[in-house]
Design a protein around this ligand. Sequence first.
Ligand code: GDP
Ligand code: MG
Length: 293
Amino acid sequence: MKVSIIIAVYNEMRTVAALLERVWAQPLAGVTKEIIIVESNSTDGSREVVADFVRRHAHESSIQVRAIYQSGPMGKGYAIRQGFAAATGEIFLIQDADLEYDVADYPSLLAPIMEGRASFVLGSRHMGADRWRIRKFGRRGIQAAVMNAGGLLFHGFFNAIFSTRLTDPTTMYKVFRSDCLANLTFTSNRFDFDFELLGKLIRGGFSPLEIPVRYKSRGFDEGKKIRVFRDPFTWILAILRCRYSALGIPGKQPQQRLVNQGVIDPAPRNDLESEKVASGAHGSQSEPFEVKA
Ligand SMILES: Nc1nc2c(ncn2[C@@H]2O[C@H](COP(=O)(O)OP(=O)(O)O)[C@@H](O)[C@H]2O)c(=O)[nH]1
Ligand SMILES: [Mg+2]
């Protein structure tokens, strides 16, 4: 069995090198790892870190590493969807490029799928000790408390709309058999994609199994990219839209086609020539891609 670990990276210089090495080194019994990094032309050096990681590991046969280089940031959701389109594993696992979650949780997240007990697993931050105060943000206690309360509000809203009792619908760790996506199409580009993916998988008949995971929150001063005055509205819309609109069964709805945003290895850099390639202006390396789901 192969697991595709899909990592969205934009301006994560503080953590991306450590995260990639941890993902690489995390032992996984019984599965092959495929690491797919989607990088969006970071301005802080993250692209060079990704390119270096890919170069160093390109010739390993045990773990496949690939990068998709976008010409600019189009949102985490867009990046993950592009990763899905390139992934070849039987299991997909979404990983952020920060260190908020712990890759040591991979084995317990994958086990239920590998053993055939579940098709879809969520890593829940709300099942362990200290389960309601997951964000602390050091001295910014009030900000953290507001975020914690907001998180619970959204969880409650999601559960009410979908008639579920999930403890952590907004977790990053969404792990599922790739064939669960077979009949689904997606349109969300930012963090609303989290809700769209979850909602559509649930409507597709895959109810998630929740497994407790570790979590150490980072604050906005450490690179968090959610925009408090922008993103929550897109989440409400995404929850309502994916609960009440068509699921996107092929034949009834054309597949989402996203053209000329990605280039799969070899790594282009930030210079002019690579920009042309990355934007699909010319060159055989430029491949339009189609979201598989
Ligand atoms: N490739 C890419 N990654 C992004 C973009 N926006 C956010 N990300 C990544 O998405 C992940 C989650 O972002 P983060 O701010 O930690 O969100 P949170 O943990 O859900 O609050 C990080 O790895 C970001 O680098 C984007 O436009 N492009
Ligand atoms: Mg994060």
